[in-house]
Design a protein around this ligand. Structure first.
Ligand SMILES: [Zn+2]
Length: 412
């Protein structure tokens, strides 16, 4: 195997080039789907794949594919990839670090003439973040055959351009979206290298995280309905204050999540107050509970406690409520045997690692529904992500490259 620092140096070169493809220079990386910057990234990634001898193409979702044939033409394909789009003013590592790491994996296997039974295919996916059209996973949904042309025409950005029209503008054929579908029986596995985007590995000084589960997510919209009235002239015992009632409920939520444990998290990060006036008792609040766990039962316990508490507060304060489910994504479990292989590879190289749950969702989450999937995390400095401050060590990414290359070699 090659020198770790040489791989780290290659990764650094790639990432320093790619971070320049941003519509917000000086304010982090903004590379939205089908933008000029997305085009620059696509061209660069395709060119780098070709330089190491991969056969490349761009599919109808805007994903760049680079394929290295194996020795057995009918053997199922090992897919490896991550996304090249970013959030607004995001970092230079989220998603793209996994793509350049995959390119290094392919380069090492090819240059070291590793006899690969299975073909290896890198997929640099598009629009994983979902901020432009409100729906995540453009490419990974296409890979699983979950788009219809009608849907592509229906979903618009804020300027009114549909995904369908954006694909056309990008020089691709949206009518071929269904051709992106993979035959899951012909896929050996999907591998994603990604930054952790949380503080666990960095705070413990651990070099690699082996993801065993990507948390399930449920979101609920809660409306609490009281009565607006004058903040001065309404006595305390004659109020129906929606903010006061909401705080009685919301203040319990973090304790419920801690009680459930096992990495369960619950957040109220969105709240609106009506009429939102400083001299008026609030007649209504609307807020969203975002709850994530590797165990759906734990989320269900929290939702049950929430309903009980809402009932209790209603009987004490007269503030009524409505609760409405918004999102329900099941946990994504990573493949145990492949995880064991990764663990062995970590031990071979003497890298420190731990099993870890991903609280954030990824392409690997969706892919795990249909193909054997594994995910490898590298530490995020201070746990910061979706920010210009996002940072990971090139050496840690190079370690992930080593481990994945070794694991793939051993799959033969
Ligand atoms: Zn990401």
């Amino acid at each position: 195997m090659e020198n770790l620092l040489y791989i780290a140096h290659n990764l650094q070169n790639h990432l320093e080039t790619l971070r320049q493809f941003t519509s917000t220079p000086g304010f982090g990386v903004t590379r939205l789907p089908f933008s000029k910057e997305a085009r620059q990234a696509v061209d660069y990634i395709k060119d780098q794949m070709e330089q190491i001898g991969l056969r490349t193409w761009i599919d109808a979702s805007g994903a760049v594919h680079g394929r290295l044939d194996g020795t057995e033409p009918d053997a199922p394909t090992i897919l490896i990839g991550s996304h090249y789009d970013t959030v607004k003013s995001g970092g230079a590592y989220d998603g793209i670090a996994g793509i350049v790491s995959a390119i290094e994996v392919a380069r090492i296997l090819k240059e070291n003439k590793v006899q690969m039974k299975y073909p290896l295919e890198i997929i640099a996916t598009n629009d994983e973040e979902g901020i432009t059209y409100g729906v995540c996973f453009l490419t990974s949904k296409a890979l699983l055959g979950r788009w219809t042309i009608t849907e592509l025409k229906q979903l618009h950005d804020t300027a009114g351009e549909s995904i369908y029209d954006a694909i056309l503008r990008f020089g691709l054929d949206p009518n071929k979206i269904e051709d992106c579908k993979i035959d899951s029986l012909n896929v050996k596995c999907f591998i994603e290298i990604h930054i952790e985007q949380g503080p666990v590995l960095d705070s413990k000084g651990i070099q690699l995280g082996l993801v065993d589960c990507i948390a399930g997510l449920q979101r609920y919209r809660i409306q609490m309905i009281g009565k607006s009235n004058h903040a001065g002239s309404t006595p305390m015992d004659m109020r129906s204050d929606a903010v006061d009632a909401s705080t009685k409920v919301i203040s319990c939520i973090s304790e419920w999540a801690k009680t459930e444990g096992g990495g369960t998290v619950a957040t109220v990060g969105f709240m609106q107050v009506f009429p939102n006036a400083l001299n008026t008792i609030s007649g209504k609040t609307e807020w969203v509970l975002d709850c994530r766990s590797s165990d759906e039962e734990k989320i269900q316990h929290i939702v049950e406690k929430l309903t009980q508490k809402l009932e209790e507060v209603k009987s004490k304060t007269g503030v009524d409520y409505k609760i409405e489910p918004l999102v329900h994504v099941k946990p994504g479990y990573m493949n145990k045997e492949l995880l064991e292989q990764l663990e062995k590879s970590c031990c071979t190289f003497g890298y420190s690692y731990q099993k870890i749950m991903s609280g954030a969702t990824h392409d690997a989450h969706l892919m795990s529904e249909e193909v054997d999937t594994i995910m490898l995390f590298v530490p995020s400095k201070d746990g910061i992500s979706h920010s210009p401050e996002e940072s990971s060590k090139y050496e840690d990414l190079a370690r992930a490259v080593y481990v994945v290359s070794d694991m793939i070699s051993n799959l033969n």
